[in-house]
Design a protein around this ligand. Structure first.
Ligand code: GNR
Ligand code: NI
Length: 170
């Protein structure tokens, strides 16, 4: 297992649109190892989700664990949202935009279809934090970040704040 390094805003690689995963690859050891490494990276941070795009793997999958006990790992490969309902506002953060938090409005409830780590398709209807996290991770796969929902002025302030944080920790 290995902790992978996470790309940070405004790295242009975070803007890459991820390509579909060949479902036949899912059960191969190489892909399973990548999933394990992504969980290890996410738990170490700690975070509640991690999209492959954030570790410079531009394929459509993500790992999530929103449980308190960190014992409910979930894998979504080639995810698609089949239905959405209502709205919720949640104060989001992102491992690729460290130290920045902002309110984002998203669907309250979603039904998502994906392939699991066993290679089998499944459907899940959920709401609340898990629904927020799934939508946040699916944005990463499209090259989109939560700061894109802010005004251009606020996004520029975020970029400057991160640049300053990096200068001070260098
Ligand atoms: O760890 C994370 N917390 C979080 C909090 C509110 C809304 C979304 C998230 S996802 C984030 C991890 C991450 O950046 N995933 O891409
Ligand atoms: Ni994120």
């Amino acid at each position: 297992m290995a902790v992978l390094s996470i790309l940070e805003f405004p790295d242009p690689r975070l803007r890459t649109k991820a390509a579909a995963v060949d479902p036949a690859r899912v059960t191969q050891p190489e892909f399973q190892r990548l999933l394990d490494d992504m969980f290890e990276t996410m738990y170490e941070c700690p975070g509640i989700g991690l999209a492959a795009s954030q570790v410079d793997v531009h394929q459509r999958f993500m790992v999530i664990d929103v449980s308190e006990e960190k014992n409910q790992p979930m894998v979504f490969i080639n995810p698609e949202i089949l239905a959405r309902d209502g709205e919720q506002v949640y104060q989001e953060g992102c491992l690729s935009v460290p130290g920045i938090f902002a309110d984002v409005t998203r669907a309250n409830a979603i039904t998502v279809k994906a392939v699991g780590r066993d290679g089998q398709p499944f459907e899940l209807s959920t709401d609340g934090l898990l629904a927020v996290c799934i939508q946040h991770e699916m944005d990463h796969l499209e090259g989109k970040l939560f700061v894109d929902y802010l005004s251009p002025l606020k996004r520029e302030m975020v970029r400057k704040k991160l640049a300053k944080q990096r200068r001070q920790s260098a």
